[in-house]
Write a new protein. Structure first.
Length: 306
């Protein structure tokens, strides 16, 4: 009896597959509440208890709320940096020159429109002011100019053509020489009343009108007078017509340059009659509608004249 040489075949069945993770349902209201509480406590999105995945979902579904969250997070980040820097600044006991920093020898100044603070050593600042050099000739010039009526601003400002010496050097000289201080202090107090600094000054018109973009030469007296007389709160077209009528009247001799600021309203009424607006009568040549080419005179169906 023959024996088969082929081994028995075994069929291997695959093991049953494990079920995957069930997708989590985001709790948007709860996550938003967590973020709001975290930010109100001074936290930022960098250390937020809600994961980035759920934050991205909130960002996509609530864009307006997310914009408010971003602004509050940035504000908290800036406040945290300010607190950290202020703590380090106030922890210092000595300045770079070795002076002891106390409430009497230091001051905290605010910079960048209230966004930053620095701590200054008053001993170093006063020492710097006391080291400003000066010479006897400059002090003599200051005394002579002050007796002539010049103010401290004119004698010390870099913007003044009469500048003699810097403000720090002048204060140092007045501090070291009591006789100079006794003479200059009352003179400067009196001169400052007669030499008030104008914060806003009107710049003179040095160029004439240009319609081609080419730089014009010096302005004509007639144009300058009309330009100064007509107020700039008028619209551009109306102001241009008023100035044209005034310049023509000045050239014809019916208007003087001195009377231009007083009589500009007369020429405004003339311009309103030529180009009526809601404040003046409507011309019969005006278009019927805003984008129409038909004048109003062609829409008249009743005779205006007997």
């Amino acid at each position: 009896m023959a024996i088969s040489q082929h081994p028995a075949t075994h069929v291997q069945t695959a093991a049953p597959r494990k079920p995957g993770r069930i997708a989590s349902v985001p709790d948007n209201d709860g996550n938003a509440a967590k973020i709001n509480v975290h930010l109100e406590g001074g936290g930022t999105l960098r250390d937020c208890p809600v994961s980035v995945h759920f934050r991205d979902i909130l960002k996509a579904e609530r864009p307006e709320w997310w914009a408010v969250v971003i602004r509050q997070s940035l504000a908290n980040t800036t406040a945290r940096k300010v607190r950290t820097c202020r703590d380090k600044m106030m922890a210092k006991t000595h300045c770079r020159n070795g002076h002891l920093l106390t409430a009497d020898t230091s001051v905290v100044r605010t910079l960048r429109q209230g966004q930053w603070q620095v701590r200054r050593c008053l001993i170093c600042e006063r020492g710097y002011e006391h080291t400003r050099s000066y010479n006897a000739d400059d002090v003599a010039k200051v005394l002579e100019s002050a007796k002539a009526g010049a103010s401290m601003y004119k004698l010390t400002s870099y913007r003044s053509s009469e500048r003699v010496m810097s403000l720090g050097a002048l204060k140092n000289a007045m501090r070291n020489i009591p006789q100079v201080d006794a003479v200059l202090r009352p003179l400067f107090s009196e001169n400052s009343l007669h030499n008030r600094t104008r914060l806003i000054t009107r710049k003179p018109v040095t160029r004439g009108p240009t319609l081609t973009g080419i730089i014009a030469g010096p302005a004509h007296d007639v144009f300058t007078a009309a330009d100064h007389a007509v107020p700039r709160n008028l619209d551009f077209e109306t102001r241009k017509e008023v100035m044209s009528e005034m310049m023509l009247a000045i050239l014809e001799g019916t208007l003087t340059i001195e009377d231009a600021p007083r009589r500009w309203r007369e020429f405004l009424r003339i311009a309103n009659r030529m180009f009526p607006t809601k404040y003046g009568p409507v011309s019969l040549d005006a278009p019927t509608f805003h984008d129409s080419k038909t004048p109003l005179i062609e829409r008249i169906s009743v005779g205006l004249w007997p």
